[in-house]
Design a protein around this ligand. Structure first.
Ligand code: ASP
Ligand code: MG
Length: 427
C-alpha cells in the first residue's frame, strides 16, 4: 500500500458538482489500496472574492486579519470535500493547516514553511480515513497566528505533506492537461511534456509558466518529491516532474537522452527600470541594489552597459515584478543624491521569453539558433540573461506572442495537432 498526496486546485472544486466529482476520484485512489492525503484550494475564485471584500472595507487590510479571512476559503472546500467522501461510504477527516502541522515563519501573506508535524493526519490514515488538508495556510508557533503561504500556495502544502509523510507520489490536479512546451493559448501547436526534471520545471516556472507554483517546485526539488501534474477533468497522462540523481540520468540513475529544449515560457508580469548616468566605479552597483533590496523587490535580470569614455558614466537596467516597480522607483529617487545618477526610466511594456532545456549543457549553438529565430521574425532583443540550462530575453510586450511562436517552431517543438485549450488558467 502506497501513500499518495493529491492536490486539487480551485477550478477543480468550483461548485458542489465538481466537489462530488473530485470526491469520486479520491475514493477511487483509496479503493485501489492507497492511503490518501488531499490538499485542497478554495472553491473557484473564492480567494479573489475575499480579497475584494477586504479592500471594500479598507484600503490597507491588516495582514494578520487578511490571512484570517483568506484561510476561510480553504476551510469551506475541505469540509465540503470531506462530507462528499463520507456520503460515498468512506471515512474522511478535514484539517486546517495548523491542525495538520504546517508550521511557518511569522510573516503574513507569504509565509515560509519551517516544519511539518502531521501527527493528526498520520493518525487519521492509521484509522483508515482519508485526510483532507486545507491548502495555502499554516501556523506560527511564536505568535500563535494563522498565516498564508502566498497565492497558489496549496501546491506547496501538498508537496510539504508529501515530503513529511514520505509519500510515493504527489499528484497535482489542475484544469490543464499537464506541463506544455509553451502556453497553448498562445502557441496552438504546443505539446504536453510527458517527463521533465525539477530543475527544468523551476526554470520554466521562474520564466513565467503558471501551471506549478515556483515555491512548490523548489520544495519538491529540495526534498526529492516526485510530482505528477494532470487534469482533474479527464484521464490524460499529464506530466511527471522528477529529480534525477545527476544530469543525463533518469530518477533511477539510468542514462537518458536529454531533449535539448524542454519548453519556452513567457512572462508579461515584469517591468524594466533603467538608472541613467551612474558613475562607473567600484561600489555603485552595490549601493544601488542595496536600496532596491531594502524596498523588498526581487530583481530578475540586470544589464550594465559599458561606460562612455568621455563621461565615465554608465546605465544600469534591471527587471522586477510590475507590482514592485513603484516602491523601487520611490526608493531610488529618495537616494538620488547619494547614488549620484542622472535620471530614472520606467518601462512596463516589456515581456520576457525563457527557453529552457537540460540538454543546453552539452549542446553548443542554442543561443545562436534562438537569436536567429527572433531576428527572422523581426523581433528586437532588449536584454539577455542565461543560466546553465536557460536563455532569457526581454522583448516589447506586443511582440512576445510572435516571438514565442517563432522560437517554438525553430526548435522543432511544434506538435502534430492543435492543443486542446480549456477555459482554465492552470491554477
Ligand atoms: N486559494 C489560494 C489562491 O487562490 C491558494 C491556492 O489556490 O493554491 O491563491
Ligand atoms: Mg486558487
Amino acid at each position: 500500500m502506497g501513500l499518495i498526496v493529491q492536490k486539487f486546485g480551485g477550478s477543480s472544486v468550483a461548485d458542489a458538482e465538481s466537489i462530488k466529482r473530485v470526491a469520486k476520484r479520491i475514493v477511487e485512489t483509496r479503493k485501489a489500496g492507497n492511503e490518501v492525503v488531499v490538499a485542497v484550494s478554495a472553491m473557484g475564485d473564492t480567494t479573489d472574492e475575499l480579497l475584494d471584500l477586504a479592500h471594500q472595507v479598507t484600503l490597507l487590510p491588516a495582514p494578520r486579519e487578511l490571512d484570517m479571512l483568506l484561510t476561510a476559503g480553504e476551510r469551506i472546500s475541505m469540509a465540503l470535500l470531506a462530507m462528499a467522501i463520507r456520503s460515498m461510504g468512506h471515512d474522511a477527516r478535514s484539517f486546517t493547516g495548523s491542525q495538520a502541522g504546517m508550521i511557518t515563519d511569522a510573516s503574513h501573506g507569504a509565509a515560509r514553511i519551517v516544519d511539518v508535524t502531521p501527527g493528526r493526519v498520520r493518525e487519521a490514515l492509521d484509522d483508515g480515513a482519508i485526510a483532507i488538508v486545507a491548502g495555502f495556510q499554516g501556523f506560527n508557533r511564536a505568535t500563535g497566528n494563522i498565516t498564508t503561504l502566498g497565492r497558489g500556495g496549496s501546491d506547496t502544502t501538498a508537496v510539504a505533506l508529501a515530503a513529511a509523510l514520505h509519500a510515493e507520489l504527489c499528484e497535482i490536479y489542475t484544469d490543464v492537461d499537464g506541463i506544455y512546451t509553451a502556453d497553448p493559448r498562445v502557441v496552438p501547436r504546443a505539446r504536453p511534456i510527458p517527463r521533465i526534471t525539477s530543475e527544468e520545471m523551476l526554470e520554466l516556472a521562474a520564466g513565467g509558466a503558471k501551471v506549478l507554483y515556483i515555491r512548490a517546485v523548489e520544495y519538491a526539488r529540495r526534498h526529492g518529491v516526485t510530482l505528477h501534474v494532470r487534469s482533474s477533468f479527464n484521464n490524460r497522462t499529464g506530466t511527471i516532474v522528477y529529480n534525477p540523481p545527476a544530469p543525463g540520468l533518469d530518477e533511477n540513475g539510468a542514462p537518458v537522452e536529454e531533449a535539448v529544449i524542454a519548453g519556452v515560457a513567457t512572462d508579461l508580469g515584469e517591468a524594466k527600470i533603467t538608472v541613467v548616468g551612474v558613475r562607473d566605479e567600484p561600489g555603485k552597483a552595490a549601493e544601488l541594489f542595496t536600496v532596491v533590496a531594502r524596498a523588498g523587490a526581487n530583481i530578475d535580470m540586470i544589464v550594465q552597459n559599458v561606460s562612455a569614455a568621455a563621461t565615465g558614466l554608465t546605465d544600469i537596467s534591471f527587471t522586477l515584478p510590475k507590482g514592485d516597480a513603484q516602491a523601487v522607483l520611490a526608493a531610488i529617487t529618495a537616494e538620488q543624491q547619494r547614488l549620484g545618477y542622472l535620471s530614472l526610466q520606467h518601462d512596463d511594456q516589456i515581456a520576457k521569453l525563457a527557453l529552457v532545456g537540460a540538454g543546453m549543457r552539452t549542446n553548443a549553438g542554442v543561443s545562436a539558433q534562438l537569436f536567429t529565430a527572433l531576428s527572422e521574425a523581426g523581433i528586437n532583443i532588449e536584454m539577455i540573461s542565461t543560466s546553465e540550462i536557460r536563455i532569457s530575453v526581454v522583448t516589447r510586450a506586443d511582440s512576445i506572442d510572435a516571438a514565442v511562436r517563432a522560437v517554438h517552431t525553430a526548435f522543432g517543438l511544434d506538435g502534430e495537432d492543435e492543443a486542446v485549450v480549456y477555459a482554465g488558467t492552470g491554477r
